[in-house]
Unconditional design. Sequence first.
Length: 85
Amino acid sequence: MSQKKRSTPKGNVVWRQTAEEATLAGKPRYNGFACGHGAHGDAKYNRAKTKRNWQAQMRHEGASRGSFPLSATDTRLATCEALAQ
């Protein structure tokens, strides 16, 4: 026995929605990014950005370039010790 051929209705198309779909369709659409409270900037770890921030912090704190040679014969160290006393 052959099966009945299913055809789509012509003219007006009818959609069936579940109760949940109807509820969500009736709610207003909200764009969370419109008012500036969404995600900003890189979401992942950015090595270049971290390095730039670290270098800016070092420049801001006034750290000199290279190593910090400290010895007992250093005049700056002797001056600091004299000021501390």
